[in-house]
Design a protein around this ligand. Sequence first.
Ligand code: NAP
Length: 332
Amino acid sequence: MMRFLEIFSNGDSQSLRISQKEIPKPNDDDVLIKVEYVGVNRIDILQKKGLYNSEKEDNDVLGVEVSGTIVNMGSKAYLYNPTLKEGMKVCALLSGGGYAEYVTANSSLCFKIEENFLTMEEAACMPEALFTIWKNLIMIGDMSLGSSILIHGGSSGIGTMAIKVANLFNAKPIIVTAGNDKKCSACIGIGADYAINYKKEDFVKKVMEMTNGEGVDIVLDMVGGEYLRKNISCLKYKGKIINIAFLDGAKSEIVIPEIMKKEAIITGSYLKSSPIDEKCSIACDLRSKLWPFINKGLLKPVIDSVYDFEKVEQAHERMENSMHIGKIVLSF
Ligand SMILES: NC(=O)c1ccc[n+]([C@@H]2O[C@H](COP(=O)([O-])OP(=O)(O)OC[C@H]3O[C@@H](n4cnc5c(N)ncnc54)[C@H](OP(=O)(O)O)[C@@H]3O)[C@@H](O)[C@H]2O)c1
């Protein structure tokens, strides 16, 4: 048996409590990981509250990324990822189940950790952000040398890693928005060229000033709502708006001729429901293109705080109140 965090409904509110269940068994292409740390993501909170439409095959235990040790391997796991073996320290992208002492992971979505360059705490924060950024900024956004980019939620888990990856790709300028001056300074500290406190300044006006009236090639947005219309105003001719969330509203009113004038591309994606083949292909790209930087200590996440898993509700509260800068982690 193992301990895990179970979603517990108490009338109108949902919380998590420690419970016991069988240790999962790996399928042929899976490994079983003894979890050390799990990265906390907004989707965990949405799923806990029943606000995320999870797929039927999803795990009802929260947690989409972990670090830990491989303790068992399915009969074909080695074929799908020959770098793995029992006893190895890894991090993994999951479709759920990480808020537990043990979890199974598809072997193709596991990454060997060189602890000289990445601690196990840091490793637990990598998969969700790196997969999301690779899919959206590189595959969809075609970010490359000299791409100008606006990242909303610059101080978030995704935002802080996006700043770092955009720097590795020599995107310029990297402009971010964040909700207070402390968050803005932190974003500059990790490599943003400009940070706009959206509560004090009009971000459209600032972006146009910072780009000499041209606008940016790519906008990465997690806010939605009325930001969509504003994002179009920030866009360069033939630029792309990539939506990954809609924290401020799923609906937006836009003016169609403004899209036409700029030949703007408005797109977006969900990582969680992407086909497994695509996730495996992203994993290959990450292994060959980004892991060399990680294994030289040149790419690390920003860690905000680490909580014991028993204090999970405090960790979630910190995220819900947007107190954090970077990633929140639970230790098991
Ligand atoms: N589509 C995908 O595949 C995918 C994958 C991963 C994550 N996501 C989504 O991307 C977002 C970022 O993920 P994360 O784990 O990095 O979360 P996070 O750290 O909690 O980031 C959310 C950020 O949004 C900012 N924000 C702006 N307006 C907001 C509003 N109205 N309500 C709440 N926050 C607001 C918050 O800071 P300030 O407002 O203070 O600046 C905060 O930094 C989440 O919504 C997540 O669900 C999507």
